[in-house]
Design a protein around this ligand. Structure first.
Ligand SMILES: [Zn+2]
Length: 219
């Protein structure tokens, strides 16, 4: 893999100024940064819940918008900012000809701030084949020359990767999610849990297998 190598045993205590956040899941990892969480909910009225239920019926065979998370999918934004990403997810505009619009539950900014956009009990449309099972986490990152390069930028950015790891650790603790069920968007099609009645497949390359392996090794 090209690009700057992240400190393998990273012990960077996020320089962070007094986050009020919780650090529940910080028992093991030396790199655990405090989790600085900001609630920034996007509009998710009944109409959008019904769109999600109808999407679920078409793609998964059951009409539900409710989520009991058993997986986490990692993404990056391929541009924009936390605010612009939130705006896109708020808009509820059709994607690939279908409603609801895309969204993710969390956005992790480059400075380590974690924005929660959607409750983890509500399905978001972020990964074909896994939206009925998975929490989606976006990380702010421009696309750059390659997906590997983009993944590496995040892995080499202590505040952001520390926050992403702390968030995932907390979700693993809350929902008993095994590290093997923390996957990348790029690896979603090959997970055993993948299913889609319409035959749709992901064509995104965020969080390639090698970079996902690094992320998992730091959990
Ligand atoms: Zn993605």
């Amino acid at each position: 893999m090209p690009a700057p190598s992240p400190p393998a045993s990273a012990a960077k205590p996020a320089p962070a100024a007094g986050p009020v956040g919780r650090s529940d899941a910080a028992s093991t990892a030396p790199a655990a940064g405090a989790l600085r969480m900001v609630q920034a909910p996007i509009p998710f009225p009944d109409s959008r819940k019904q769109e999600m239920a109808a999407y679920s019926l078409r793609h998964y065979g059951t009409a539900s918008w409710q989520l009991t998370p058993t997986m986490v999918v990692l993404h990056y934004t391929a541009g924009g900012t936390a605010a612009s990403t939130r705006n896109v997810f708020s808009a509820d505009t059709p994607n690939a000809g279908e409603l609801p619009g895309t969204c993710a539950h969390f956005v992790v900014d480059k400075d380590g701030t974690v924005y929660q956009l959607v409750p983890t009990t509500v399905r978001c449309r972020h990964t074909i084949g896994l939206n009925d099972q998975a929490i989606g986490i976006e990380m702010v990152q421009e696309a750059g020359p390659s997906s590997s390069w983009a993944d590496q930028q995040i892995l080499g950015r202590p505040a952001q990767i520390g926050a992403a790891l702390a968030l995932v650790r907390q979700l693993q603790s809350t929902y008993a999610i095994a590290t093997g069920n923390v996957v990348g968007h790029a690896t979603a099609n090959s997970t055993p849990q993948f299913h889609d009645l319409t035959g749709a497949r992901n064509d995104h390359t965020d969080w390639l297998p090698a970079d996902l392996a690094v992320f998992r090794s730091r959990l």
